[in-house]
Design a binder for this molecule. Structure first.
Ligand SMILES: *Cc1c(COP(=O)(O)O)cnc(C)c1O
Length: 401
């Protein structure tokens, strides 16, 4: 994003602040739909958990996207943003039967990922169409915390349990309208993904009522120069061809679905924070910022890399820094990072802060969550106010003791 604009947003709205670029969200969405333009029926369901601001959801609504949700609260946010229930798919893991029933009663497409709930739901509601989440046990890349397709994973119904799924469906006479997989967060090579696809399509063949096949997500995005990213165009070309052939074989134009989060919003986000202190120790120069893992936990939780730019001194001499937060625990955003000379009160910009950044923020150390700003058509709009002390104590019940 334009550095002058970011500096002016910092001046107007204060720091720390999250800034999202609507045009980048739009171009990522269009790139994905373009890559799959050979498919007759395509539906992209944006994964709300990546970034849940209602204004962002409204951008997706305008683009023609649906939503992928993992909790009833995300469903409510989607409805608030103006989505119809039938544009929302609900893919929870380990939630109660009651919550699934509530969401189904709203008219949202439910996706069930275990045999116990499938059997209970089928017995009680044989007429409500259900999608089934399959675990194809194809190991996708990435961090072990985000890889969810392996044999010991808690996600999905194992491909080896397909006979059991079929038995439940026959006995309950329930209606299965979709087959789904979500193998993990980083698809590093297209061939691995296509292998998982074959496994999934074999399951589709076992049912004659399928209307859509949902391939989940896991598009890897580049965080720094030289990073491997999912080749969306190559995936689009190969998977579309395979899918179109499969539809002929199946005898119906099925809908191909994806549910990306990171791919659609990661690069659109910037996180801006002020440098409180420069501290030179015997071995390191620390830049201590006015934030911490309470605002951006990905570097500590996933070891993820966020490129950091000193937007206050873009021409400054490059030096090596460790950028750390103010939390009273080790919270290192970056070690030995080459950054244009940092001075106290400079503004640092963390890139790729659109996905799993604000949504994972907390009040740890009794700090306020930051504001959020959306840049649209060159103008900046405040879309979430910074928290205040009122927010911190709102739900505390203060006893007279
Ligand atoms: C988190 C999640 C996604 C989105 O994953 P990204 O890596 O952000 O694209 C999609 N589907 C399901 C079921 C998820 O849990």
């Amino acid at each position: 994003m334009n550095q002058h604009l970011l500096v002016s947003i910092a001046q107007e709205h204060g720091l720390p602040v999250y800034v999202y670029d609507a045009s980048k969200i739009t171009s990522q969405y269009q790139r994905l739909t373009q890559a799959f333009s050979a498919v007759k029926k395509l539906k992209i369901n944006y994964a709300v958990k990546a970034l849940n601001n209602i204004n962002v959801l409204k951008i997706f609504k305008k683009l023609g996207s649906g939503l992928d949700t993992v909790s009833i609260q995300e469903v409510l946010l989607g409805l608030e943003a103006g989505f119809d229930p039938h544009e929302i798919i609900y893919t929870p893991n380990g939630v109660s039967m009651e919550e699934i029933e509530q969401v189904a009663a709203m008219g949202v497409q439910i996706n069930i990922d275990n045999l116990s709930i499938l059997e209970q739901f089928g017995q009680k509601h044989p007429n409500i169409p259900v999608c089934i989440r399959i675990n194809p046990h194809v190991m996708a890349g990435g961090n072990s915390k985000i890889s969810v397709g392996h044999i010991d994973s808690k996600f999905g119904i194992s491909i080896h349990q397909t006979p059991h799924i079929k038995r439940i469906v026959t006995l309950t006479k329930m209606h299965i309208n979709g087959i789904h997989m979500h193998t993990g967060s980083d698809i590093l090579d297209v061939d691995t993904f296509l292998r998982a696809t074959e496994i999934l399509l074999d399951v589709v063949k076992e049912f004659d009522t399928i209307e859509f096949v949902d391939f989940g997500s896991g598009f890897k995005v580049p965080y720094k120069e030289g990073d491997i990213a999912t080749d969306v165009e190559e995936l689009g070309e190969k998977l579309s061809a395979r899918f179109n052939d499969f539809c002929v074989e199946y005898g119906k134009d099925l809908c191909l679905m994806f549910e990306p989060g990171k791919f659609l919003v990661s690069a659109a986000g910037s996180f801006l924070t002020k440098v409180n202190v420069i501290k030179q120790t015997t071995s390191t120069v620390f830049a201590g910022v006015d934030s911490g893992f309470n605002h951006l936990i990905r570097p500590m939780f996933y070891d993820s890399y966020h490129h950091i730019v000193n937007i206050s001194n873009p021409e400054g001499k490059e030096r090596y820094y460790s950028v750390v937060g103010y939390i009273c625990e080790t919270d290192t955003f970056a070690s030995n990072r080459k950054i244009n000379e940092i001075r106290e009160n400079d503004i640092l910009c963390f890139n790729n802060a659109g996905a799993y950044s604000y949504t994972m923020a907390s009040n740890y150390n009794s700090r306020y969550r930051p504001a959020e700003v959306l840049v649209k058509d060159g103008k900046a709009f405040l879309i979430r106010e910074r928290e205040t002390f009122e927010d911190l104590i709102r739900n505390q019940v203060i006893l007279d003791i």
